[in-house]
Design a protein around this ligand. Structure first.
Ligand code: UDX
Length: 471
């Protein structure tokens, strides 16, 4: 097929590369001509593991075209995906759809009969109807359709999520668009059983409901982690203990400093607004957002608390600046409020990130000092704070770190490291979701679960530790 994709962010580019790899001809459109010229030279302006390799494949390169001229795409393509940004409006949290409607207005005059416009961007329920009205007004005679095909790609794993999705959601009002999109996704190798066909509005809401639920799960486990610290329970075992229940599931129960990224915060805020607009308040999501924002702010207090409350004159090595590992995206990253609070309190922040240091310079406070390695950042530090779970931080050389630091303290906001190993290397270790106390008065083996039956075949953390201890 001949496909156009408007918007060359990680969603648009990953979709284009995967459709081209499946043999389709894809025209990528972006108003950013600098980006288009970079892409035309085969250079990928975003960090998405594996994307550059796919785009570089000869078979893919020759089926990918890049242009700033949307009319070209509309004249030659039968399916036109809208994958432009829909950020949260600063004023009121609603999704900003200006890029969506600007793209539609640019495309409309050139749309050919039978065109199918597909929103892949995350758009509030009813946006498909508005796009349909807009095109109808601009081109009353045109035979076209508007469908919804929300994406569920995780930054850092976008290609895997595209080619092996749990499901593809297609929201269409007429069978022709549905059939065309099913044929497209079947050609990418998606089994028919994984393709959910529904109406446009349901498809638009599925995206928000999915992100809202995942954000809720994270906020929930983070609050349970807080409680664990107060009642001296261990969040790793508690999360395993609930996650092994097939009705709950182990995913998205990893406690952290609070969720960030380009999606969860903005989609949750947009969902709250949708609820308000339609007198169906989303009170749980309102609470999730408030809980998450409070948690991010609490992380700085957690660090301050370890320094006897006074941060003035202290030095912190901040490891990991992105909102999660595997991406260079810093939107809503906890490193932003964390660095700001530490600096406002008179500390020195030495920051290191494997991929986002350059991007961070324009985002973090001016007084942050950037380092080229974790060791460099640790030099003279009163504490290391791990804010993002980059694999590189799993292999830190503790003795080299200790030799450089003023005081050997590691605050692990991702529970990335083994507390036992860190303490064995002479550090004070502070993770999340367990009481901050020396190992001497900890039970040697985590308490065994009573009448716990192995149903999923998945070893719990308790069992892993027990077996390890036994070995
Ligand atoms: C998310 C959705 O997962 C994806 O389906 C949607 O298309 C886009 O938004 P993304 O934001 O890229 O993807 O990252 P994700 O891996 O979902 O993590 C989101 C945030 O939650 C990150 O800050 C991450 O650190 C945090 N998180 C995730 C946790 O704190 N705990 C978890 O168990 C999982």
């Amino acid at each position: 097929m001949r496909i156009a994709i408007v918007g060359t962010g990680y969603v648009g580019l990953v979709s284009a590369a995967c459709f081209a790899k499946a043999g389709h001809h894809v025209t990528c459109v972006d108003i950013d001509s600098v980006k288009i010229s970079l892409l035309s030279e085969g250079r990928i302006p975003i960090y998405e593991p594996g994307l550059a390799e796919v785009v570089a494949e000869r078979g893919v390169r020759k089926r990918l075209a890049f242009t700033s001229d949307a009319a070209v795409a509309a004249l030659t393509c039968e399916i036109i995906f809208l994958a432009v940004g829909t950020p949260a409006r600063r004023s009121d949290g609603h999704a900003d759809l200006s890029q969506v409607f600007a793209a539609v207005e640019t495309l409309a005059p050139s749309l050919q009969s039978g065109a199918v416009l597909v929103t892949k961007s995350t758009v509030p329920v009813g946006t498909g109807d508005e796009i349909e009205h807009l095109v109808r007004n601009l081109r009353p005679e045109l035979d076209f359709e508007v469908a919804s095909n929300p994406e569920f790609l995780r930054a850092g794993r976008a290609i895997e999520d595209f080619v092996r999705p749990d499901r593809v959601v297609i929201g269409a009002q007429q069978q022709r668009a549905a059939d065309l999109l099913v044929r497209l996704y079947r050609s990418v190798g998606i089994e028919r059983i994984r393709i959910l066909l529904t109406d446009r509005r349901s498809a638009e809401l599925i995206k928000y409901a999915a992100n809202g639920f995942l954000a809720t799960k994270i906020a929930f486990i983070n609050e349970v982690a807080n409680l664990c610290e107060k009642v001296d329970a261990r969040i790793g075992d508690v999360a395993s203990g609930i996650g092994l229940d097939g009705r709950i599931g182990m995913h998205y129960l990893q406690p952290g400093p609070g969720f960030g990224g380009s999606c969860f915060p903005k989609d949750a805020r947009a969902l709250v607004k949708m609820g308000e607009d339609h007198e169906a308040p989303m009170r749980i999501i309102e609470t999730v957002l408030a809980s998450n924002d409070a948690r991010k702010r609490a992380m700085a207090r957690k660090v301050a608390g370890l320094q006897g409350g006074s941060l003035r004159g202290k030095t912190f090595a901040l490891l990991g600046l992105t909102f999660k590992a595997g991406t260079d995206d810093m939107r809503d990253a906890v490193s932003i409020p964390l660095a700001q609070t530490l600096i406002d309190a008179g500390s020195l922040v030495k920051a290191y990130d494997p991929v986002a240091t350059d991007r961070a310079r324009g985002i973090l406070p001016a007084r942050v000092r950037y380092c080229t390695s974790a060791l460099d950042a640790a030099h003279g530090a009163d504490a290391i704070v791990i804010a993002t779970e980059w694999d590189e931080f799993r292999g830190l050389d503790f003795q080299q770190l200790k030799a450089r630091m003023r005081t050997p303290t590691i605050v692990d906001l991702r529970n990335l490291l083994s507390e036992t190993e860190v303490r064995a290397n002479g550090f004070r270790y502070v993770g999340i979701g367990s009481a901050d106390r020396p190992p001497s008065d900890r039970p040697a083996v985590a308490p065994q679960p009573r009448s716990w039956k192995r149903r999923s075949g998945l070893r719990s953390q308790v069992e892993e530790e027990t077996i390890t201890a036994a070995e």
